[in-house]
Design a protein around this ligand. Sequence first.
Ligand SMILES: Cc1ncc(COP(=O)(O)O)c(C=O)c1O
Length: 390
Amino acid sequence: MIPTVLPTYTRAPLSFVAGDGSWLTEQDGRRFLDFGAGIAVNALGHAHPDLVQALTDQAGKLWHVSNLYQIEPQQRLADLLVEATFADTAFFTNSGTEACELAVKMARKYWHDRGADRPTILTFEGAFHGRSSAGIAAAGSEKMTKGFGPLLPGFRSLPWGDHDALRAAAAQPDVGAILIEPVQGEGGIRPLPDPCLQGLRELCDAHGLLLILDEVQCGMGRTGKLFAHDWAGVAPDIMMVAKGIGGGFPLGAVLASETAAQPMTAGTHGSTYGGNPLACAVGCTVMEIVADPAFLAEVRRKAARLRQGLEGLVAGHPEVFEAVRGTGLMLGLKCKAANTEVLQAGHAQQILTVPAADNVVRLVPPLNLTDDDMTEALARLDAAATGLHA
Ligand SMILES: Cc1ncc(COP(=O)(O)O)c(C=O)c1O
């Protein structure tokens, strides 16, 4: 008999009842160190007092009004994001995949309004942009698309790191945009080197293409800058944001330049819940904390320390691990043992991590984890690895 919850996830036999900082409490009372953070969602850990305050204050005042009216927390969050980024405008969604939908629509409408037939968006092998029809078509992998055809047309997936293929594809007359994650998350924690992102910007400028960055997973301070593309010193035309921006409350956004966003006039897009007062009240508080340069400097310091510890872990367990990869607090352990076994060995040591493609174990802890959390995590991962080759 089919479970009452549609079984599209392989779930661990763990059920958490409370959270506090980087820690989760299982129903049996055991405490787990959370280095998955809801897959890079709980940017400020669990039950951050400022977020709890923002949510409960807003909950006592107003939960929902339609986007037919002015929504003060939404306006405030848009102003904060525009102030802190390349963007001139923001549209709020409830998830990353909805942000992908709008990014695709915006790119298509941009060219439509210019009277050009350039609907094709270049994407990359290993990409992940969500599970909607546009999201899976953009990613293009068999794993995500098999059985779900006919797929939304207009995406061309290119090999990762093949500059010649990219240059040739960008010059095709039907191509209007390039969509890429500055750091692939689901694809196995693969950062795009800064010179490549700079090269992509130049290529887009040379052909008039829109550069769409998917910073759903790598944005909001995860790499030690507010957004991952800040490292390369280039700006996109459109950017997808979600996960960390809500700190655990469902919230996403599309940020865009005025030029890219201009065609999205009244009636061209909408969302009942997108930008609701509860989500945006939390989002404002997340932004106020994460966009602070001192907070981001701390993320970079902790990231360097964690990486160093992980390099030691890999060196100490060559039978289990191959290498550390990633950037900031978006790190991956490329495994020799099956990543699922490493993950389960972690569960036995009460530390949570997340699998990714290419046999990688992902470490995406809360950005405000403590030094003690890091020390403890390294000890638990060491014990997990020891258990695997004992
Ligand atoms: C890079 C990226 N884009 C889009 C998504 C989809 O976001 P959501 O699950 O909120 O729809 C994800 C989710 O993992 C992601 O990592």
